[in-house]
Write a protein that binds this ligand. Sequence first.
Ligand code: CAA
Ligand code: FAD
Length: 380
Amino acid sequence: MNFSLSEEQLMIKQAAKDFAQNELLPGVIERDEQQKFPKEQVKKMGELGFLGMMVDEKYSGSGLDTLSYVLVMEELSKIDASSSVIVSVNNSLVCWGLETYGTEAQKEKYLHKLATGEIIGAFCLSEPEAGSDATSQKTTAIDKGDHYLLNGTKNWITNGGTAEVYLVIAQTDTEKGHKGINALIVEKGMEGFEIGPKENKLGIRGSDTHSLMFNDVKVPKENRIGEDGFGFKFAMKTLSGGRIGIAAQALGIAAGAYEMALEYAKQRKAFGTEICNHQAIAFKLADMHTKIEAARNLVYRAACDKDAGENYDLSGAMAKLYAAETAMEVATEAVQIHGGNGFVKEYHVERLMRDAKITQIYEGTSEIQKIVISRSIIKG
Ligand code: CAA
Ligand code: FAD
């Protein structure tokens, strides 16, 4: 597969790199320490078109391809994975889900604002008893004729406090199992909808993660996405693309940590020479570089599969698995190469190591990716 980038894709990548350097890097340590949501930065990313990258221009999106989107995710994530997860959720889970499966009225009502970043969205599948085991939904959406009555709790929701629009997965008919699940659009402020306190996290601390409580929330029927019972398939199909975005995030974290480690190793001296001249360090750099290149190939391949209209369940899962494992390994080695400096905040790599961990957990843990991959290859 040929990954030579077009002039336009190179320009977009450069724009994201410049934005990350000029707008995300200043204050990234403070935002991480204080768990501060990057409000100003999100507004600017909306203005640059980064929040609705693949959305059609007729819905105020940028109308770009998935490869352009992963290039942006990679560049932003080199510097600030807290900001890039906001981009990923808004683009791949919320905008893509709505544009692909929403009604014209839903798109007109929500997509323009979401694509421009005027508002941001959240995707709400996980529950206290339904994380990896996502079909075990306990949140209920009971059919009351002209509306659904929504009750239950979602947890770990990215953009949970800052979003205005929430795509909520809930069980309507328990007897039908996963075929009795629906996806509903819930708006902030609907009566009975409460947002729990912000989680205090290991990594991506600038992104806000909350539990959400629904207590007899009346959701109009017209807010259902797709046919009755389509909710689980909606979640799975949407997550297949979401995993490409998170794979790109992991790739960016790995590449960012590696670039810093390489620079450091070329300058830091020990035993009379730069530490990159010690084979133990040089070989670490060789392994890091090789794994990042392999991860990049998988991520771009998955994006190109999606753009070509091919099935990307398998390539997306492989990209997410490999890039996440690479991010954790490379970021840990980057800390090691920095020695004591790697352990303090001003050198950034400790944050990248903490941020890398989440890529092995959300949008399907590494173990879940192996389930998806193995089922796919066994089925053929
Ligand atoms: N596309 C379409 N349909 C799919 C699908 C896909 N990619 N994957 C599964 N399905 C369908 C199956 O075909 C099946 O339908 P049928 O019975 O009609 O054939 C149905 O869904 C149930 O599938 P399984 O029998 O395979 O279900 P399972 O219970 O074995 O679980 C699973 C499958 C892949 C493990 C799934 O539960 C899963 O993906 N779990 C992980 C959940 C997850 O990724 N959560 C992420 C939350 S969002 C998030 O994390 C955002 C963030 O951090 C920023
Ligand atoms: P569990 O499912 O309890 O898993 C625990 C361990 O068991 C894991 O190692 C898992 O891999 C393993 N395991 C479970 N089942 C199997 C199996 N069958 N085979 C082998 N191993 C298995 N969710 C959303 O819906 N929306 C969001 O926006 C969102 N954002 C998140 C942001 C953060 C910061 C975090 C931490 C989570 C977020 N999540 C979100 C939830 C995330 O998707 C879940 O945490 C994840 O899917 C794992 O579910 P769990 O935490 O319940 O772990």
